[in-house]
Design a protein. Sequence first.
Length: 331
Amino acid sequence: MNATSAAGQMPQLVTEEMMVATSDPGIEIYLRNKRPAGMSGFRPEQTVLYVHGATYPSETAFDLRLDGLSWMEYIAARGYDVWLLDLRGYGRSTRPPEMSDRPEANGPIVRGVTAVKDIGTAVDFILQKRNIPRLNLLGWSWGTALMATYTTQNVGKVERLVLYAPLWIRQTPSMLQGGPGKLGAYRTVTRDQARERWYAGVPEDKKASLIPAGWFDAWADVTFATDAEGARMSPPVLRAPNGVIQDAIEFFGAGKPYYDPAAITVPTLVLHVEWDHDTPPYMAETLFPLLVNSPGKRHVALPEGTHSVLMEKNRMKLFEAVQAFLDEAKR
């Protein structure tokens, strides 16, 4: 089924947005929820929380309507209570005060420990609001390391774990660049840099057909609009916290695991894509055998797509693979 026909069959969905206070004064995190209208009963196996990667927020990819349908809506239309989270420093969540200063004035902010704490705040909020003991976690890129780390520390609150484009110990140079000299609080990304990074590793004869016409601009427009301060710069930029880069230097780039995969004891899906240069296939292939205590674990390799396949012509292959894994728990 293509996105157009899927959108045409979609039931009415309810959307809610909220800011949730963290334990740190002045810092709030943004949550968005979509679910079928009239949904009154909530169950762990039909509740999903998504978190983004190292540079861009959640809603501008996960809930970006392309061909009339977002991935968030695709899941919600199948009877799920779906949530997304922007970590502090990203999207609609509070930007720490360091982000209004010069990058070099402060050290890297929003490291993994802080991001996992934000995930914990979001999870506890959802579990209390829905009166359920557990939920499914879905992470993309850096978000996979965060969601996996949270799971190792809170396994009783996790039903299933989806790791899309998982980040693991690096054998090749990172696509993330913190800039020259000492690593500052945050980095900036231009629209052209985002486009160049997206296409990295794609065969030349496949580039023209990878992203349907208008889709990159649709994503870039809404993504860069989330950073009002960055939009006023010349050229306009998106600012992203550098905590992830500091973690990458100390862990992923230094051959040290960020978390222990053997501590994950819930069903886990590891999914990678053929042309992913941000988290190359070897990362998923190395990680999967280490999930020795994950019952019913699954490894899916998708062809002809990049790190951002969720916004490319083959995105329905990703949607279908993840949905099949989530739906197993409903049987």
